[in-house]
Design a protein around this ligand. Structure first.
Ligand code: GDP
Ligand code: MG
Length: 149
């Protein structure tokens, strides 16, 4: 089924100079890039993005992480990919949430790490399902910033 997924290259990916490599891994996948921009993420935006996880023990940590506090204030690259089963395909390219469990050829398996403080630095965010994708795409992009697809 045709759908869209939000993908973010998080500040650790930017800090490590891996944005190009990560983007390439999505571009060679069977999904189409329909939006892309660089965003300096405010705490308000990070809180809105992760609002549904506010009860998790790692909530404050991921808000700081997305806002760049852990990586020299680096921004994120925000993208939208469209296509049949785009969410599932983009999540497969990203790999499992825990970088130690992610497939070795996935983005998170190749480049992710768990820090000594326990932060899951897993390089990318990918929407979890179609409903989440629709909410997230509205949060990050104006309609006019996306190609028609
Ligand atoms: P995702 O959809 O694969 O990104 O995973 P979630 O939506 O469940 O979690 C959002 C983000 O929180 C993940 O990408 C990780 O950076 C972080 N995270 C998830 N689970 C854990 C955990 O068990 N411990 C820690 N420290 N961070 C986590
Ligand atoms: Mg998620």
């Amino acid at each position: 089924m045709r759908e869209s997924a939000l993908v973010l290259i998080k500040p650790d990916g930017m800090r490590k100079g891996l944005a190009g490599e990560v983007l390439s891994q999505f571009l060679v996948g069977d999904v189409h890039l329909v939006g892309l921009k660089l965003v300096a993420v405010s705490h308000k935006k990070a809180q809105a993005h992760y609002g549904h996880l506010r009860d998790k023990f790692f909530y404050k940590e991921i808000v700081s992480y997305l806002a760049g506090d852990l990586h020299d204030g680096q921004p994120v690259v925000a993208m939208v990919f469209a296509g049949d089963h785009a969410v599932k395909k983009c999540r497969a390219i990203a790999g499992a949430t825990n970088p130690e469990e992610a497939h070795p050829k996935s983005v998170r398996g190749k480049f992710g790490r768990i820090t000594t403080k326990g932060v899951y630095e897993n390089l990318v965010h990918v929407s979890s399902d179609r409903m989440e994708a629709e909410r997230e795409i509205r949060l990050w992009f104006k309609k006019t910033e996306l190609l028609k697809h």
